[in-house]
Design a protein around this ligand. Structure first.
Ligand SMILES: Cc1cc2nc3c(=O)[nH]c(=O)nc-3n(C[C@H](O)[C@H](O)[C@H](O)COP(=O)(O)OP(=O)(O)OC[C@H]3O[C@@H](n4cnc5c(N)ncnc54)[C@H](O)[C@@H]3O)c2cc1C
Length: 402
């Protein structure tokens, strides 16, 4: 896509977000669902596949372009982006980067068109921050596989047509080694999805448990090389982190705009509260941190595109921007006073929505471990021993994934 085409795409996305999604935010919150007409509009604009390769029906955006779209998506309820987030991100990228030509042809064009929803199934009950400890198994059966296990908190699972599933295919290996990834269609016998989870925020974005009970798949379900699934998970999660950082910048812009508008009009003692310098101070802090986050995301995305840094930079951006938006939503509620605590106020909703960003695709603690570990490895420090975490003892890279 050339620069003019991308500018048109970004302008169209802005118009959709601000003109069509934003006015329906309360409806999405109350119904806990994205209206069918918004899903259709997103599909028509190519939003289910903007980051998938052009050769397979996507728009093939670069990371620098991806984050600019995410700035726009972040301006409204994150549930809207979540609907097509797994197709473009964690699930779609595994197939696009590591799938066979046959898998790519079978799934990617229909995912890009919004006809199929893909989910990324990695997290388990005792394998979240340390997914290398996963217990789902994939046992050889003839030339195919039998998958058994359970996953939790899987985004879009109740809507999913296919799952990118991570399972241990070599029980003799521990940690990150011996994990393979598979594409499993949701209609395969033995696949079941639990009721969708009741969450703190992000109404309209659904997660659920997924169970695999003697699920038989053919050899064509294996994605890429046997036993190399964990490395694939890490690769796509790193890209996803930068995308999440950009969403946070979009949300911080939105709550700042809400707060400035409120401060300029709401009155105390006959004067707008924006006349109070302590209120101006909150707006100033929000703005300064927003600018820092946006600059950081753009810089890290440019270095991601050149291949200069695909790990420490994305984790740093996720760490800073997810924590930055947490402070922004908190200040936004404060600027709104009691009104900020009432349901139906946008900033109250964003306050709850923002909390997830510090948890998924790697908690803040996990990002700090990746950044610190990366810096020390670059300085020549050996990864082992001593092992500060049991996952190291098992020989797996500690949570450089989720
Ligand atoms: C709404 C939602 C959507 C999600 N979507 C998906 C999805 O689509 N696919 C998917 O596979 N997963 C998904 N997840 C899972 C998510 O990535 C995990 O919840 C997250 O990685 C944290 O894992 P955990 O919940 O097991 O917490 P834990 O790993 O148990 O963490 C608990 C606490 O311990 C800390 N901790 C853990 N290990 C360390 C350590 N070594 N050092 C320091 N502190 C540590 C954590 O930082 C955290 O504070 C989703 C989760 C949610 C809530």
């Amino acid at each position: 896509m050339d620069a003019d085409d991308f500018r048109s795409v970004r302008a169209a996305v802005r118009e959709l977000i601000r003109g069509s999604v934003l006015p329906r935010e309360e409806q999405i919150e109350d119904d806990d669902a994205i209206p069918a007409e918004l899903r259709a509009q997103a599909a028509e604009m190519g939003l289910f596949g903007y980051a998938l390769p052009e050769g397979h029906g996507g728009l093939g955006v670069t990371m620098s372009e991806d984050v600019q779209l995410a700035f726009e998506f972040g301006y409204t309820t994150p549930a809207f982006r979540s609907l097509f987030g797994t197709n473009n991100g964690i699930a779609g990228q595994v197939i696009a980067k590591f799938g066979t030509e046959e898998q790519q042809q079978k799934y990617l064009p229909r995912m890009a068109a919004g006809e199929l929803i893909g989910s990324f199934a990695l997290t388990e009950a005792e394998a979240g921050s340390d997914p290398a400890g996963l217990r789902t198994s994939a046992r050889r059966d003839g030339d195919g596989w039998v998958i058994n296990g359970g996953k939790r908190y899987i985004t879009n699972a109740p809507l999913a047509d296919l799952f990118v599933v991570f399972a241990r295919s070599d029980p003799a290996q521990t940690g990150g080694r011996g994990i393979s990834s598979f594409v499993v269609e949701a209609t395969t016998p033995g696949v079941s999805v639990g009721p969708h989870d009741k969450k703190m925020g992000q109404s309209g974005a659904w997660t659920a448990e997924v169970f695999f009970d003697d699920v038989r798949v053919g050899p064509d379900a294996l994605i890429g090389e046997e036993g190399r699934g964990y490395a694939k998970a890490l690769t796509v999660l790193s890209r996803g982190r930068l995308h999440i950082a950009a969403l946070c910048v979009g949300m911080a812009q939105r709550v700042l705009d809400e707060s400035v508008a409120y401060a300029a009009s709401a009155k105390q003692g006959g004067a707008p509260i924006g006349r109070f310098q302590l209120v101006q101070g909150m707006l100033a802090d929000m703005y300064a941190e927003l600018l820092a986050g946006r600059s950081m995301v753009l810089d890290v995305a440019a270095r991601y595109d050149t291949g200069e840094d695909t790990s420490v930079g994305p984790s740093s951006a996720k760490l800073f921007c997810t924590e930055m938006v947490g402070r922004a939503v908190d200040r936004a509620v404060q600027v709104h006073g009691g009104l900020g605590y009432l349901r139906t106020t946008a900033v109250e909703r964003f306050y709850r929505d923002a909390r997830l960003f510090r948890l998924y695709e790697g908690t803040s603690e996990v990002q700090r471990l990746i950044i610190g570990g990366g810096l020390l490895r670059a300085a020549g420090m050996r990864k082992d021993p001593p092992a500060p975490h049991p996952s190291h003892a098992r020989g797996g890279a500690l949570q450089e994934g989720r």
